[in-house]
Design a protein around this ligand. Structure first.
Ligand SMILES: *Cc1c(COP(=O)(O)O)cnc(C)c1O
Length: 234
């Protein structure tokens, strides 16, 4: 099935505008991260051609390959998937945002590698908001230690929190609202750990199915794949 990516983006941006209107928010507050995992570079180029700037990938190798193959300065690349320490040194050469920090050791590795090439990487701390064991992210109780650790770093900015809600059918999407409320609450509870390079303004939450609910609950970044690029074939 061929997708009209520009048409999909336009429909999606209308969804974002409408959700903002419902929530009394300004659509400019929302950054759309187009999650292009498992999709070819041509799809990314097409989306960039119709104005999409932020792209997200969830596998280090795939992100690396795409960043190297498509040297477009204006693109902001986001890593949204699980991290491994040994992949970070390649990633920091080009990536702009890493959404999936769940341990200070990843911040330490980013600092070490980014300092050598004098880059500063934007990061988000991922919280396990679904409570499911197989879901990634740290617990609320780990956050104080991670934020305090980040305060001492020179090549890492912490910009906020990221969360992934439980997978539910589109008609049951109300079920995940408390998970988004929880992420926002955790953020509000940790404002006291803010510093020059630690600000908690960003909330990365909401995907194709639950984006509207996330925006109503304060999302500033939505990570959307299927609504732009179509279903993925696993
Ligand atoms: C795949 C993925 C998304 C996008 O999901 P869709 O349902 O395709 O919108 C968002 N965030 C992460 C971390 C992902 O892995």
């Amino acid at each position: 099935m061929s997708e009209d990516i520009c048409q999909n983006l336009s429909t999606l941006n209308n969804r974002i505008t409408e959700a903002c209107k419902q929530a009394g928010r300004d659509p400019k507050e929302i950054t759309l991260v187009a999650v292009s995992k498992m999709k070819p570079l041509e799809n990314i180029k097409e989306a960039f051609g119709c104005g999409q700037i932020h792209f997200g990938e969830n596998r280090a190798k795939e992100l690396q390959d795409k960043m190297e193959a498509y040297e477009e300065e204006q693109i902001q690349w986001h890593m949204v998937g699980n991290l491994q320490t040994n992949k970070i040194k390649y990633m920091v050469e080009r990536v702009n945002w890493i959404h999936s920090i769940e341990k200070s050791k990843y911040l330490r590795e980013i600092e070490k590698r980014a300092s050598r090439i004098n880059r500063t990487i934007n990061t988000l701390i991922q919280i396990n908001i679904s409570g499911e064991d197989q879901k990634s992210g740290c617990e609320e109780d780990d956050l104080e230690e991670i934020l305090t650790y980040a305060q001492g770093l020179d090549h890492v900015r912490v910009c906020g929190l990221m969360g992934m809600a439980s997978f539910v059918d589109p008609e049951e999407v109300e079920k995940v609202r408390p998970q988004f409320q929880k992420l926002r609450q955790i953020r509000d509870n940790h404002r006291k750990f803010e510093a020059d390079n630690v600000q908690l303004d960003e909330l990365s939450m909401g995907m194709t199915n639950d984006m509207e609910v996330a925006i109503e609950e304060g999302a500033t970044m939505v990570r959307v794949g299927r609504a732009i690029f179509g279903e993925r074939n696993y």
